[in-house]
Design a protein around this ligand. Structure first.
Ligand code: ADP
Length: 403
């Protein structure tokens, strides 16, 4: 089965065509600056050479036409005809409370995604543009939505309801949703496979440390808590986002410093976290480098990040009542940043997780980084959201074929 995976953002679109027999990536591409006269189109076959083109890309439909043309191009392409694509898997950010698993993108499901625009105003409209354009260009294949929020819909009420007056949940749907679900799901499944534990018996904490950061508690293969919440601000500080703040600070900024909602939003989403603390950058590589060179604010940023992450891991360990097999690091920082992992793990011995500093030197590949006598395994598992989307799409499309 050949599956096209699409991740449609507001001004960019990523695609990947996979052959599911051997999980080979036949080709992949990235289209950036959609809506501009200077759009860029990057495409490569398997592990082959990258083709980069600059051209006008007015809208998502043009972006998708370009992708489909490249895939079927007699020279650069990997298939002769679009009929060789068996299904399309779309990344969808928000499915709200109603969507608990991957779904065929029927009119009803599309309506639910539309309803969730109020919860993800930047992401869901962009995802829908991709769905609409592709359904038009490939009308005869199944289109399946894989939702970032779906994996966390197994959280119990006590984890997802905020201690606000209860009506705000009942009337307005304000609750914890959690994000990065596809990544948490993938790395937990892969870690269970590596350790030879059945997924439905596997207990772990997954640490997704990218530009966005979230930490989840997974019990018997299911998400039971996660650090991101109603929106994408809560928990550990991120590249440019503050993470947990005392809500009184927001009120103070508005009431006393007379900042507008737009200014506050900009401050806490774009100018805080690693960037705001270091006064330098949101990139963890540069923060670590500056901290090692003795610069004060990057050092502070690194300490605040790693302490906050460790504290959240501790909290998730109590949610799991200490019954956990592994703590897993993933995404840009989690997969690559040796110093951050070492600092986060400092002190996790109290949970029974002891890092091996030598084994910790791996970057960007799977491995166990705890000592042999560590009760809980510390692991690095590179995330692969595209593969997870393809696997979910394959499972649904195959099920439909059988029926
Ligand atoms: P996004 O959430 O945007 O997908 P990523 O998962 O790519 O982001 O994570 C971005 C972060 O990962 C940055 O802080 C960057 O410094 C860090 N990172 C990426 N590659 C490396 C690397 N090779 N070594 C250290 N840190 C890295």
């Amino acid at each position: 089965m050949r599956i096209l995976v699409i991740n449609s953002g507001s001004s960019s679109l990523k695609f990947q065509l996979m052959n599911m027999i051997d999980r080979e990536i036949l080709c992949k591409g990235l289209i950036e600056r959609i809506g501009s006269a200077e759009g860029t189109f990057t495409y490569s076959r398997g592990n082959g050479e990258k083709i980069v083109e600059t051209r006008e890309i007015p809208d998502h439909e043009t972006a998708i036409s370009l992708a489909l043309q490249a895939i079927t191009d007699p020279q650069a392409g990997v298939i002769k005809d679009l009929s060789e694509i068996d299904a399309v898997g779309h990344r969808i950010v928000h499915g709200g409370e109603k969507i608990k698993k991957s779904e065929f993108l029927t009119d009803e499901i599309i309506r639910i995604i539309q309803d969730c625009v109020r919860l993800a105003p930047l992401h869901n409209p962009a995802n829908l543009l991709g769905v609409k354009a592709l359904k038009k260009l490939l009308p005869d294949v199944p289109h399946i939505g894989v939702f970032d929020t779906a994996f966390h819909t197994t959280m119990p009420e006590k984890a997802y309801i905020y201690p606000l007056a209860y009506e705000y949940y009942k009337k307005h749907g304000i609750r914890r949703f959690g994000f990065h679900g596809t990544s948490h799901h993938y790395v937990s499944l892969r870690a269970a496979e590596i350790l030879g534990i059945k997924p439905d018996k596997f207990n772990c904490i997954t640490c997704h440390f990218g530009n966005g950061v979230s930490i989840s508690a997974i019990q018997n293969g299911k998400s039971v808590d996660t650090s991101l919440g109603f929106g994408t601000m809560a928990g550990v500080p991120m590249g440019t986002r503050a993470g947990d703040l005392d809500p009184d600070i927001i009120l103070y900024l508005i009431d006393q410093l007379k900042m507008s909602v737009t200014e506050v939003r900009h401050l806490i989403y774009k100018n805080s976290g690693l960037k705001g603390l270091s006064g330098l950058t949101n990139d963890m590589r540069d923060i670590v480098e500056a901290a090692l060179a003795g610069k004060k604010r990057p050092k502070l940023a690194l300490r605040i990040f790693t302490r906050s992450a460790r504290k959240m891991i501790g909290a998730m360990a109590t949610v799991l009542e200490g019954k956990l097999d592994a703590i897993i690091f993933t995404a840009g920082i989690g997969e690559n940043n040796v110093e951050v992992r070492a600092m986060v793990c400092e002190g996790l011995e109290i949970l029974g997780a002891r890092i091996d500093l030598q084994k910790n030197l791996i970057r960007g590949k799977e491995g166990i980084i705890s000592t042999d006598d560590s009760r809980i395994k510390l692991m690095v598992v590179p995330t692969n959201e595209e593969l997870m989307i393809a696997l979910e799409t394959e499972a649904l499309a195959q099920g439909a074929r059988k029926n």
